[in-house]
Ligand binder design. Structure first.
Ligand code: NAD
Length: 454
């Protein structure tokens, strides 16, 4: 099937009305659930080949979350899809007024490579639940996962309604020329702008889940050992290739040494003396990204790590201290296992440091002091704010969690009912009887009723 034919078929299938009954949507969601359970080993193997992710991390970071989304949609779909009555007023007293979520049509889902199943299937769950068709375009960079997804989806789901289109930049650009009813994009901010531009040509709404530099502030008075264990996990899981990974640490100079030492100890605990031989430590997705991340380190002497092996696309967990605020490392999202520490004089300076830059996807504050946390939340701007932990597994495991993106980190929100709402049209409906016409007379011309009655 060509891309054009795939879209055409999805449109026709949507036009046939078969996604309208909730039974159909539930049955498709059950089929997706079946795929996830029957093909789990293949999915885990594909991710091992793509990014050297361990089975444990794949389950924890990707599969549990997808299954939770499917279960939630299966359990709640009838409630989500039900009409919502609107409060009545004098004018609508005798009417039936309600909001009815309606399918949008055919949506385009474009995914990134770092969690290639979650970033395509979580939106797809919402698309199916809302009664849409969906063209799924996984990232060519996670090639094993992409091919497997293209093989599996048609085996389990309606072949016409949910086609998978594989390919790279050219294929995505071709897709973007077509008209869709919503575009759901996960990837870099640079491409996010191109997606929005293409969508504007058809006035298509978009949801953009982009990236950014997520800061992590450590208050000097908190339990730094525990904070560093959590930060180490959040940063180095998936080899640092997580959109909401902490990009850099902000702390006062007096605790920097202790922070480095605690991270060193935690890394030893997590990955042993040689992370390269640890089954729990990942790899950089491809040579281009390997070169990019290595390039970011140039000119710095890491206090920890720094070792690389291009043949395996291995970069050791690396810490860089006293990083100047205007250095290369602090300009773009790192998206790899490098953790710079920038020192600040305290919370106030941390706040100005963050607010001078693009709005980040996530903000992390480690502090036991309520005041610090409150101040941080009040003055920083970010898509999400998290205290004393990392969101990775929470996003995927906590039901109904809302991810809302701002500024350069994107726009729109999703997960659970939010995806359903995002991919539905909230149609306002009014039902009035043909009786009691006298009530309407006041609104009809001529305005001068006396003249009318003459
Ligand atoms: P990528 O290179 O795989 O690109 C993502 C998608 O865009 C792919 O399907 C690709 O084919 C397409 N694409 C790439 N270049 C294009 C172009 N010029 N024109 C049209 N389409 C194009 O992935 P990436 O962008 O390197 O992904 C990493 C980024 O994604 C990071 O910035 C990360 O923070 C972000 N991300 C965000 C979230 C989130 O939830 N906000 C989740 C995961 C990743």
């Amino acid at each position: 099937l060509s891309r054009g034919q795939a879209i055409q078929r999805a449109r026709e299938a949507f036009g046939s009305g078969r996604t309208r009954p909730l039974e159909f949507r539930l049955q498709q969601l059950q089929a997706l659930q079946k795929m996830m359970s029957e093909r789990e080993v293949e999915i885990i193997t594909a991710l091992k080949q793509d990014i050297n992710r361990s089975q444990y991390d794949t389950s924890l970071l990707e599969l549990i979350g997808i299954n939770n989304e499917i279960n939630l949609a299966l359990g709640k779909l009838r409630e989500w899809a039900a009409p919502r009555l609107v409060e009545k007023n004098l004018l609508t007293m005798s009417d039936e007024a309600y909001i009815q979520p309606e399918p949008l049509g055919v949506v385009l889902i474009i995914g990134a490579w770092n969690y290639p199943w979650a970033v395509t299937l979580v939106p797809l769950v919402g698309a199916i639940a809302a009664g849409n068709g969906a063209v799924v375009k996984p990232s060519e960079i996670s090639g094993y996962s992409s091919l497997l997804l293209a093989t599996l989806l048609p085996l389990y789901l309606d072949k016409d309604l949910y086609p998978v289109v594989t390919g790279g930049v050219t294929e995505t650009q071709e897709l973007l020329k077509q008209r869709f009813d919503h575009i759901f994009y996960t990837g870099s901010s640079a491409v996010g702008k191109l997606v929005m531009e293409a969508a504007a040509r058809h006035i298509t709404p978009v949801t953009l889940e982009l990236g950014g530099k997520s800061p992590c502030y450590i208050d000097k008075n908190c339990d730094i050992r525990v904070a560093c264990r959590r930060i180490t996990w959040g940063k180095f899981v998936n080899c640092g290739q997580t959109c909401i990974a902490p990009d850099y640490i902000l702390c006062e100079p007096c605790v920097q040494g202790h922070v480095v030492e605690c991270i060193r100890q935690t890394l030893l605990e997590f990955y042993g003396p040689d992370p390269k031989s640890s089954p729990d430590y990942g790899r950089i997705i491809n040579q281009t990204h390997f070169n990019r991340v290595v390039g970011l380190m140039e000119g710095y002497a890491p206090v920890l790590g720094g070792q690389c092996d291009a043949s395996q696309r291995y970069i050791a967990p690396t810490i860089l201290k006293d990083v100047p605020p205007h250095s290369k490392l602090m300009q773009e999202e790192i998206f790899g296992p490098l953790l710079p520490i920038v020192t600040v004089s305290g919370l106030d300076e941390a706040i100005s440091f963050i607010n001078e830059r693009d709005k980040p996807l996530a903000l992390y504050i480690f502090s036991s002091d309520k005041q610090v946390r409150k101040l941080g939340e009040a003055y920083y701007n970010s898509g999400i704010a998290v205290h004393n932990c990392f969101l990775h597994h929470s996003i995927l495991c906590v039901r109904l969690l809302l991810l809302d993106f701002v500024g350069q980190s994107g726009m729109g929100f999703y997960h659970g009912k939010h995806t359903f709402d995002r991919l539905s049209h909230q149609r306002a409906c009014l039902l009035r009887s043909l009786g009691m016409e006298s009530i309407n007379l006041a609104r009809y011309p001529p305005q001068d009723r006396q003249r009318a009655s003459r």
